[in-house]
Design a protein around this ligand. Sequence first.
Ligand SMILES: *[C@@H]1O[C@H](CO)[C@@H](O)[C@H](O)[C@H]1NC(C)=O
Ligand SMILES: *[C@@H]1O[C@H](CO)[C@@H](O)[C@H](O)[C@H]1NC(C)=O
Ligand SMILES: *[C@@H]1O[C@H](CO)[C@@H](O)[C@H](O)[C@H]1NC(C)=O
Ligand SMILES: *[C@@H]1O[C@H](CO)[C@@H](O)[C@H](O)[C@H]1NC(C)=O
Ligand SMILES: *[C@@H]1O[C@H](CO)[C@@H](O)[C@H](O)[C@H]1NC(C)=O
Length: 504
Amino acid sequence: MVEGLIYIGMLRTTWLIIFIASIDRVIPEFSPVTSYDLMKCTYGERGSLTATCVNATPSFFKNTLYKFDHLDETLRCVNCTLKSIEPGTFDLNGNQIKHLDLRNSQIESMKQKAFMGLIFVETLDLSQNKIRSVFPATFIGVKKIASINLSHNDITILSENGFLELVNLKTLDVSWNQIEVLDEKAFNGLKSLERLDLSNNKITELRNAFENLTSLESINLRSNNIKTIRGEEFYNLTSLLEIDLSQNDISTPLLHMSPNAQLRSLNLAHNRIVLLSPTFLEIRSLEELDLSFNKITSIARKSFTNLFNLHSIDVSYNELCEIKTGSFTGLPQLRVLNCSHNAITDVVISGVFLLHSLHALDLSFNRISDLDYTALISRLPRLSYLQLEHNALACDLEAEMERYFLEDNFKFVLYSNIPGEPKCVDKPTTKHSHTALESVQAPASVTNSQIAIFIILSFLIVAVAGLFYLQYRIYRETKLGRAVSTVQLLATDSNNEEHVRIKI
Ligand SMILES: *[C@@H]1O[C@H](CO)[C@@H](O)[C@H](O)[C@H]1NC(C)=O
Ligand SMILES: *[C@@H]1O[C@H](CO)[C@@H](O)[C@H](O)[C@H]1NC(C)=O
Ligand SMILES: *[C@@H]1O[C@H](CO)[C@@H](O)[C@H](O)[C@H]1NC(C)=O
Ligand SMILES: *[C@@H]1O[C@H](CO)[C@@H](O)[C@H](O)[C@H]1NC(C)=O
Ligand SMILES: *[C@@H]1O[C@H](CO)[C@@H](O)[C@H](O)[C@H]1NC(C)=O
């Protein structure tokens, strides 16, 4: 309407333009009246089950003539200005609202009992507002809520008991806020919570905030400022399936879970990990481990012990200079090992055991100039895919490997086909690869490991036999009635022996 007037004004004289322009500026002063006229709720297209309210303020909902009936399962606010949600704002007679969408409604605060009266509500979208805090008692009276979205707000602290009443809540999204501090009791009461998204905040410390979230299946802590994890933060969460801790400042990862844990996936990518220490993870159920984009220079022995279900390890984009097969031998299910984009010069065949399940090994984008592939393959009986492109390998290697693996169902990539990139180094391949060509039949290391197992087994059999014999002796002597002293003799150390003999 104003534009129309301006148009007329342009046709008339300049003073008129000035006059209209000043009216335009004055309009906000009448805004209580004007915007109230603009506020309205309408039913969406047929069958949408959605009421859309535009330009509403908190007091509007109770004064509108629109009746929120059974056809209004969803209430959507568009261009609303809800600044402070007062108690009972949505306490609308007879409403059966299930989904309340208050996205982008300029909400700054929510008072106690703000959502009272929404007894059927299941999802509550509060994202893209300016909420600074969630105070206790905000959610009194809305027990059915299963999902709350608070992402893209200005929350700095999650304080004690903010969500206490929400015993049926399954999903809580608090991502993209400014949260620095998590109170230990911030998530009190959320006993049904399955998914918690705290990504893109400024959290530095986790404390025991998750201790009682016994239904939690997935937790996202990506892109925060977490520096340390003490190891027990998730210990009792036996329903947890995935933890995302990527893009933080963790230098010493340490994570232990109870033996009943089900955790499958752990993402530690983009942190500051330099060293992997022994048993830094005690998670028997773990299947996927992402350690890419860290600063790992070495993997200590026994770093990966007891990870009996681990399927894949990603250590790409780190600073490893060598890789030892022995570092991964305690992992019977390991299928994929990604070591690409490191500074690996040496692939060391260490330890005596095989990597039984490994079928894909990525060693691309490293500095390997010489690879004893026969020895390597002998440790990896299931390997079917080996990536070696972008190293400094000899050009002859391809033909040689092709001959060697002629009859195997084995794929290897030696050179990338990116135009202009160096493919290989023009130099003769080293001796061991040639000699290895002849020993296709039984690789020596397999025999070595078998010998080791054989020796251990023989030793065990002898030990068991010895024990049986001892047991038999005791049994016989018991029968002869001399047992007491003999048993004492056997059970005590040599110092007591004299004493026993004297007694006899
Ligand atoms: C909401 O506001 C935007 C920008 O002011 C406008 O383009 C849009 O048409 C408004 N939506 C409704 C439903 O009034
Ligand atoms: C929460 O809202 C944001 C932005 O409105 C959206 O991107 C995100 O997917 C929502 N989260 C959930 C769990 O639905
Ligand atoms: C977890 O629950 C127990 C028992 O109800 C309680 O003692 C403890 O304080 C709770 N922990 C946290 C961090 O709230
Ligand atoms: C785990 O739960 C047990 C028993 O419920 C409790 O004794 C222990 O303190 C809890 N441990 C952690 C780290 O929360
Ligand atoms: C290893 O990681 C690199 C970089 O993230 C990726 O491009 C490549 O596909 C991965 N290789 C395998 C075998 O998954």
